[in-house]
Each structure stands twice: as C-alpha cells, then as structure tokens.
Write a protein that binds this ligand. Structure first.
Ligand code: HEM
Length: 460
C-alpha cells in the first residue's frame, strides 16, 4: 500500500444524509416518521449539519432542533424544560422512581444523595470489578480466531455492571439477574406504538404485561439481594455505597429507593457502555496503526495493574480514542426536552409543550463546530486536559442532569478494552461497512465478525 493511502484520514461509515429536508408536508412528515422508525439518525439533511438552530413542525406540533452549544446549555440547564414524559414509559416498570425518571424536588434530593457514590474516588474503588470483567471477556474469547464482538461486549458490559453493583458475575451467581436484565433491555425497553399515543407514564399500559412481569421479577431479585446485604455487608460495590448513602437529613435511603437506583444504573449504563466498546474496536480494526499504538500503551501498563483511577493516566491515547469514538458514534445519539412554559431559545420562540431535539450525533459532526468532522482523529483530544472543554462535545449530556455514570463508563471501557487489546490484534472479517443504527442507543446495522489474532503472552 502506498504512503498517501496510509496517511489519508479514516472516514468511518455513516448513513446517507438527505440532500434536502424531508419535512414540510404531510408526505414529508410520513417519510420522516418512516426513516426515524428504521433509524433515529436516518432523517437528517445536509442543512442540519450547517444550521445551529432549526424551527420545525412535525405532525402539526412545533419544535426546535438546537445544535448551538450555547442554546443547548441554556435548554439543558433551565428548569423550564423537562425530559419528555413518554421517554419513561418503556423503562418505568424496571427503574421505578429512580434518578433516571424522577423530576423536580424528588430528582434534586436523589441526585444530592447519590453524588458521593459517583465521586472519582468511589469510581476508583470499583476498578477491580472492571479488571475482573475484562479478564472474563478475554477468557471467553480465548482460543477463538473469530468473534461477534458486539455480542461479546453486551455480555461483558452486563457482567461489569452486575459486578460493580452487586459483586455478582453474569455467568455465575448473577446469571438470573443477567437473564432478566438482558431480556428486558433487548425487548420491552424499546418503544411501541402505544408509547407514542399514551399521554403519561401510566396511560394505555394494558399491553405492557411483559414489561410488568419482567420488571417485577427484576425488582424482586434486587429486593432479595438488598435484604441479604442488610444482614451481611460486603465492602466494595455500589450497593454497599447506596446502603451507606444518607439524605439531607442524615437518614439512610429506604430499600425501595436503593433498589430503584440500582435498576436505573443498570438500565442507563449497560447498553450504552457496550456500544462504546463496540464502536471503539470497530474504529481500531479499521485503523490498525492507531490500534498498535494503543496496544503499546496497554502492554507497558497492563489492565491487571490498575488499582484506581490514577492508573488510567497510563493510557492517554486509549482515552482519546474513546472520546473520539463517543464523538463519531455517540452511544446516546439524540435526546430531547419539552418546554414547560412559553419561552425562547436564542431568539426562537417555543410554546409550552413544544419539543426541543438535541442530537450529539448532529452536533459532533457539525461543520461549523469541528475541523474534519467526519474523520477519525483521536489526536484532537490528546492535548486537552479536559474533553468537556470542547463546548460541542456532549456525549454524556450537559447541565444538572448530565450523566452521573460518565466516570464509571469511561473507567469500565478503558479497562475492558485494555484487557482485550493486550491479548488480541483485531481486524474485520470482511469489508462490508458497519453502519450506525439508532433506536435507544447507537448500535451497528449488523453484527460483524472480527478476526482475533492472539498476541503471545510473553509480549504482554
Ligand atoms: C458510554 C456510556 C454512557 C453514555 C453515552 C451515557 C449518556 C447519558 C446521557 C446523554 C445522559 C443525559 C440524558 C438527558 O439529559 O436526557 C445520561 C444520563 C444518565 N446516565 Fe448515562 N451514559 C452512559 C453510561 C452510564 C452509566 C455507566 C451509568 C451508571 C452507572 C449511567 C447512568 C445515568 C443516569 C442515572 C442518568 C440520569 C441522570 C439524571 O437524570 O440526573 N450512564 N447518560
């Protein structure tokens, strides 16, 4: 291969962008609905990657797409906007009244009592669980020369979250929990027609028997773990910290709240982190030179030596690769807000009930906000002490409801990826591009096979 080809930037696959906006008529709205039903990120047009704010009408309802970082922060920080109620419908039977779905004073109180559970020091204390999850992933892949890494990361991320929450392994003492969580999150957690028609969290839920049944089994299983743990505390996982957490008046959290917080962390953290791992390995398989450089970092400081967050500083390129992955393939590609009162965003009026769409997918590829927005260039993050310094980078949201698990997800992803790269050189088994497809999270349009070439142990 000649040097010009080697030095050309990698432009990884993305769905086609429509030349002109699809909406503006009944037929256009139907096209948008169909495109978004297939792929939530499939309806954007060229103009969306140039414009910073776009008023629209969809099915008669007014709304705004906001990509301007100032407008995005205004909306995400304002008490006059809330998460759309309907978003909670598929998850409520699993996560109850936990942080993810709560609002107002209840949310404020919960966020405050959970803050100590997610400090860097507290996340540092969870790293042994991530090291064990990474080692288990590598054991599961040992001896194989090909693998479906999308599936493998689903298992590994579920294993990591169950270990970190309850000190249970997905393939052993946590197998029942893993089975219920996987069945719920891969099935009933997805949107259905009645979720769009129902007005509130509890309207038109007659067809939600599967959600209630599986959600009920999950909640009962977590209740049983909490009851056991009250009798025999066990240091070192999130459940212990939730049981030790205190509210503003110094009281412990009631059991049902501890349970709902555990369920919220699982629902918000499992599939998102699995997607991050998948897209990072896909990009590294397409860019073997960067993969080798990341491998050199993890060979110099193997995952098994990680004892806290400070140790992750040994892998600066790996961290930049993960940030660049979150930029190009944000695991949560779109989220929204609903206006509670009449107001405006950067001079554009919005009425009470109107929707604001905020799309990390769009912002992260926006032509006015990034250089070479579609290119894979992890170096863009390497000299930044703090990636959040880039105002257009919002993979974890922004404002008071920013992801509480960002540090957890990044620590887990770094450690699991380090374990994998130290043991295998990764390549794609065929050249078919893997396109991103969004429903709740941003997954692949098909689960490709990766070729795994073992790396001699002596070299690690
Ligand atoms: C790559 C992984 C992850 C991504 C991309 C991600 C993304 C996000 C985003 C964008 C939000 C804000 C949504 C909004 O404003 O409407 C959010 C909220 C949240 N995330 Fe994450 N997340 C990830 C991993 C995790 C993990 C591992 C946990 C838990 C251990 C977690 C727990 C939560 C919770 C509880 C909320 C709601 C916070 C609140 O409303 O106060 N997330 N996440």
């Amino acid at each position: 291969m000649d040097a010009t080809v080697l030095s050309a930037p990698l432009i990884p696959p993305a769905p086609k962008v429509h030349a002109r906006p699809l909406g503006g008529s009944v037929l256009g709205d139907v096209r948008i609905a169909l495109e978004m039903g297939r792929n939530l990120i499939g309806a954007w047009s060229e103009a969306d990657f140039d414009d910073l704010i776009t008023p629209y009408r969809f099915m008669g309802q007014p709304g705004l797409v906001v990509s301007d970082p100032v407008g995005v922060r205004q909306v995400l920080s304002s008490p006059h906007f809330r998460r759309p109620v309907k978003l909670g419908r598929p998850l409520k039977p699993l996560v109850g009244e936990g942080l993810l779905l709560s609002e107002g004073e209840a949310w404020k109180r919960q966020r405050k009592s959970l803050a100590p559970v997610f400090t860097p020091a507290a996340i540092g204390g969870l790293t042994p669980h991530f090291v064990d999850a990474g080692a288990t992933l590598v054991e599961r892949l040992a001896g194989r020369d090909r693998a479906n890494l999308s599936e493998a990361f689903h298992h590994a991320a579920l294993d990591a979250v169950l270990r970190a929450l309850f000190s249970r392994r997905a393939d052993q003492d946590g197998a029942v929990l893993a089975e219920i969580a996987r069945r719920y999150l891969e099935g009933p957690a997805h949107f259905r027609f009645l979720d769009f028609v129902g007005r509130g969290l509890d309207d038109l839920t007659f067809a939600d028997g599967d959600r209630r049944r599986l959600g009920g089994r999950w909640l009962a299983a977590v209740d049983a773990i909490i009851a056991e743990r009250r009798v025999a505390p066990q240091a070192g996982d999130l459940l212990d910290r939730l049981l030790a957490a205190r509210d503003e008046d110094g009281r412990p959290l009631p059991d049902h709240e501890v349970r709902d917080q555990c369920s919220s962390m699982l629902a918000a953290g499992f599939e998102t982190t699995s997607r991050l791992l998948f897209w990072a390995t896909y990009l590294l398989a397409l860019d073997p030179a960067t993969q080798d450089r990341v491998r050199a970092e993890v060979q110099a400081f193997p995952a098994a030596r990680v004892a806290g967050l400070d140790d992750l500083k040994a892998w600066p390129l790996m961290r930049s690769v993960l940030f660049e992955t979150l930029r190009l393939y944000p695991a949560a590609p779109t989220f929204g807000r609903q206006a509670l009162v009449d107001g405006e965003v950067l001079g554009h009026p919005i009425q009470a009930g109107g929707s604001v769409t905020i799309s990390p997918w769009l912002m992260h590829r926006h032509r006015k906000l990034w250089d070479a927005p579609t290119a894979f260039r992890p170096e863009r993050f390497i000299d930044q002490a703090h990636p959040w310094g880039h105002e257009a980078f919002i993979p974890f949201g922004a404002g008071p409801r920013v992801c509480i698990g960002a540090g957890f997800a990044l620590a887990e992803a770094q450690i699991v990826l380090a374990s994998l790269l130290a043991r295998f050189r990764l390549a794609m088994a065929d050249e078919r591009p893997v396109l991103p497809k969004a429903s709740i999270t941003l997954g692949p349009d098909h689960e490709p096979e990766f070729v795994l070439e073992p790396i001699l142990q002596a070299q690690t």
